[in-house]
Ligand binder design. Structure first.
Ligand SMILES: C[S@@+](CC[C@H](N)C(=O)[O-])C[C@H]1O[C@@H](n2cnc3c(N)ncnc32)[C@H](O)[C@@H]1O
Length: 393
């Protein structure tokens, strides 16, 4: 990364506290394009998630930025838990918040203890579910359009078995296995293409896919060579979280917030949520940046994002220790033809509060990161914003 690609302003570098100067040197020495991608741990591939971090980003930030003794790493938009896994790999306690229950399920499983005999449990569930030809099928909108009836029967029978389990860890693990195969066994073309097509999925195929997912999960969980430090995952709207909801003080924030008109996390996981008993429509209403909010009467504007980021930074400020760092990885948006610089918004709010900007780095997004709607905004780069909370204000 050349110095040219990094903009540092507000304070001259010479006025930085010495630890921040050190941090800046290391940020400048990092190649943020990650031309040489590190191999992701197996646990990262247990469930699809849109717009997730490439692990290299939180990894680089956690390698450089200090986390004071007795504090945690926080990701207020935790998604699939990439930041939490990287924190655990360094033996650090961590906290994640997400509105989306599927995100929280993935984050809990990735950071949780390995359940005993997951494969055996999955096999027992499959054997009982196969015998249940009339499970209680759910009242889910447009179910027949998205799922063949034989597929519905198999999924519902597996769910009935999981529902009766008492151990939360194993229940989460098995729910994750089912969630991970929902799009594959549906009529939906793919995770990133929201169109119904005729797929050769059968009743048997659902049980085979579920069994394979459980095998894969057990291997991935067992392959974690690090200790599972304490990880709290809050399934809440970040804008409604109170400082007292967190288990203690935060020393470092590493997050990629949702931003206007870019992704639709609720839509991506819509049928996963319906099947697991959550209401995607409630999630949609509260989801920051969801495209649906920008295509209705009285649609959202850039001002909504200012408010949402003000709320987020207020929470971070109230839980973070002095000198702690907060990192945001964020791209630009296009709202009704106008490009919005989301990093500039976050930075401006942060600088009006207790934070100074240590570095603002532009990085190129890999073309292989697909989504339903990234292309519409022609988003090609994103910004890594490193802020530091100042002392005594
Ligand atoms: C860019 S993704 C985070 C991806 C994450 N870094 C990862 O590696 O998987 C942004 C997340 O913000 C969540 N989100 C959107 N609105 C939210 C809200 N109001 N409160 C909490 N989370 C929200 C979405 O559900 C999504 O998981």
């Amino acid at each position: 990364m050349t110095e040219k690609a990094v903009r540092v302003t507000t304070r001259e570098r010479d006025s930085f506290p010495s630890d921040a100067k050190n941090v800046l040197e290391q940020l400048l020495a990092t190649d943020w394009s990650f031309a040489e991608r590190a191999k992701a741990p197996l646990i990262e591939s247990i469930h699809p998630y849109p717009a997730k971090f490439i692990g290299d980003i939180p990894r680089a930030l956690l390698d450089i930025l200090p986390v004071p003794e007795g504090t945690s790493v926080l990701d207020p938009f935790v998604g699939s838990g990439t930041t939490l896994v990287e924190a655990q790999r360094r033996g650090l306690p961590c906290v994640g918040i997400d509105l989306n229950p599927i995100a929280c399920l993935i984050s809990r499983v990735k950071t949780g203890a390995e359940p005993d005999k997951l494969q055996e449990m999955a096999a027992a569930i499959v054997s009982r579910a196969r015998a249940n030809k009339t499970p209680d099928r759910r009242a889910i909108p447009n179910l027949d359009h998205w799922f063949k009836v034989e597929v519905q029967t198999a999924v519902a029978a597996i769910l009935e078995e999981i529902r009766d389990l008492e151990d939360d860890g194993i229940k989460d693990a098995l729910n994750l296995c089912l969630s991970s195969i929902i799009v594959r066994v549906s009529n939906q073309d793919s995770d990133t293409r929201y169109a119904a097509v005729d797929k050769a999925v059968t009743w048997d195929g659902v049980f085979d896919a579920f069994t394979a997912a459980a095998n894969k999960l057990q291997i991935a969980m067992a392959s974690r060579s690090w200790t599972q430090t304490s990880a709290h995952v809050l399934n809440k709207n970040t804008l409604e979280v109170q400082p007292t909801d967190l288990p203690g003080k935060v020393g470092l924030v590493v997050t990629s917030p949702p931003y206007p008109n870019a992704y639709e996390y609720w839509l991506y996981h819509k049928y996963r949520m319906w099947w697991l008993g959550y209401d995607p429509i409630e999630v949609k209403k509260q989801e920051i940046g969801a495209r649906a909010h920008f295509f209705k009467t009285n649609h959202h504007t850039e001002e909504n994002f200012w408010e949402q980021m003000r709320g987020t930074l207020k929470l971070i400020d109230s839980v973070m220790v002095a000198d702690g760092y907060a990192c945001f990885v964020i791209g630009r948006s296009k709202i009704h033809g106008v490009v919005v610089d989301n990093a500039a918004i976050i930075r401006s709010i942060a600088e009006s509060m207790n934070f100074h900007c240590v570095a603002q780095i532009e990085r190129v997004i890999s073309a292989s990161r697909k989504s339903f709607n990234l292309a519409h905004a022609n988003i090609k780069t994103e910004t890594v914003l490193v802020l530091q909370k100042m002392q005594g204000r």
